[in-house]
Write a protein of this length. Sequence first.
Length: 244
Amino acid sequence: MPYPRLIPCLDVAGGRVVKGVRFRRLRDAGDPVELAAAYSDAGADELVFLDVKATLESRGTLLSLVRAVADRLAIPFTVGGGVRSVSDAESLLAAGADKVAVNSAALERPALLGELADALGSQAVVAAIDAEGGRVRARAGTTDASRDAVDWAREVEERGAGEILLTSIDADGTRAGYDLALSRAVADAVDLPVIASGGAGNACHVADALGVAQAALLASILHEAPGRLPRLRAEVRAMGVPLR
């Protein structure tokens, strides 16, 4: 059985890491290349890079920045934002990504997930699901996708995704804890690994999330002090979570 994973996340806009609360009031949180290197050196299990403005600005992910980040990593690297085609995904893999995350484009055209899985292998396809009140939101949380989060999770599995990145907009940036009910509902509905995202404020929150999901995404809790990651890992492990 794979160990649960701790995965720092870089939400990127305008070439900088940003963080907000419930996808709003974004503030600068640092340089993505420097933060990526710090997390890799601190022993993160993986890194996620999300270009949060790519879809809203109708463009692809910033390949030069992805390449610069990849050059500083010694851990698996997932990139999302603006992935609309197999060609987009292949460009990201060529720039150094190990996996691609797809969200709005898959909601608009679910067959994209199968196309990506056929071309890249399911292990390289992450279905990113942003949910508010149990309902899926698209386009960086700005649009109602008219889908239930659990139903959509089942569909992305059927269509070939190899992993689900599940973000609770309700909990995002609050540091009040993950949405455990949502995470559990999705994890129980699929056989895929689920990454719980949104709400980490302390080690107890992370341990709780890893009780229902296979990985915990970390952002606000780390960005102000990337060196905290080893201590956080030790705290979570002390609570009985079998981290590597």
